[in-house]
Design a protein around this ligand. Structure first.
Ligand code: DC
Length: 229
């Protein structure tokens, strides 16, 4: 029997930016003692490396070759999960607005997606994982045992993102954060390769006005019910 069949499911959590995926996915992984994989951090890493090396984000061939050559690793330390790109800790470096924007540009390229999806499938192969992204339930693991599509209103998503940026000391105003979210959403939903959408068998959760720990508890219950079924 494969580890997945022995009760180590894959929990796929997809949704738009600011829906609370990271907080929720991390909490679900912690409660279930599963591994947590943030796939957005991988696309961010590609954008960061391209910017770092002076590769134009509009140069699809160069960005694709870069994505295929990068070694992206997740490591867990006492402070949480860190992401390394060719051995460099980029955990904090990939959270700037410039990298956010760049990630949504490079994630449109099919070759970049294929390279990232191959790594994601390896990371999730044994199950016991909570994987968060845009296409986990539709493309990366269409056979995931549990699929959640986490959504929230644009106003709430912009407000959460704004608070997050402010907490990190980054200067931002709510209206420009809202516009940037709207633009990233549009790109994610309308790209021809693996657009953001809910899988037909996903449980759709609207988290508007619901605290993250409540959403996480609901997903944990869902996983436990499926495991018992
Ligand atoms: O979740 P995030 O904001 O860290 O994601 C950064 C960008 O990467 C976002 O614009 C969408 C893209 N992305 C993707 O295309 N597919 C994924 N599985 C995860 C993220």
């Amino acid at each position: 029997m494969t580890p997945r069949a022995r009760g180590n499911p894959i929990v796929a959590i997809d949704g738009p930016v600011g829906a609370g995926k990271s907080t929720v996915a991390r909490a679900v992984a912690q409660r279930l003692r599963f591994r947590y994989v943030d796939t957005g951090a991988m696309y961010r890493s590609v954008a960061w490396a391209a910017l770092q090396r002076g590769i134009s984000l509009s140069d699809e061939r160069a960005v694709t070759a870069l994505a295929q050559s990068l070694q992206i690793d997740f490591v867990t330390d006492p402070e949480g999960q860190r992401i390394l790109v060719d051995g460099v800790d980029v955990t904090d470096l990939i959270r700037t607005p410039q990298v956010s924007d760049g990630a949504s540009v490079v994630s449109v390229y099919p070759g970049v997606r294929e390279a990232m999806v191959a790594v994601q499938r390896r990371l999730g192969a044994d199950g016991g994982v909570v994987m968060e992204g845009r296409d986990i339930g539709t493309v990366v693991f269409p056979d995931a045992e549990i699929k959640v599509f986490l959504d929230a209103s644009l106003d709430e998503r912009a407000r959460r993102r704004f608070e997050e940026l402010r907490a990190r000391g980054a200067g931002a105003d709510l209206e420009s954060v809202r516009r940037a979210e709207e633009e990233r959403d549009r790109r994610d939903r309308t790209r021809s390769h693996s657009p953001l959408r809910a899988a037909s068998d996903a449980v759709v959760i609207d988290s508007t006005g619901i605290p993250a720990d409540e959403v996480a508890a609901g997903i944990v219950q869902l996983v436990q019910r499926r495991l018992r079924a």
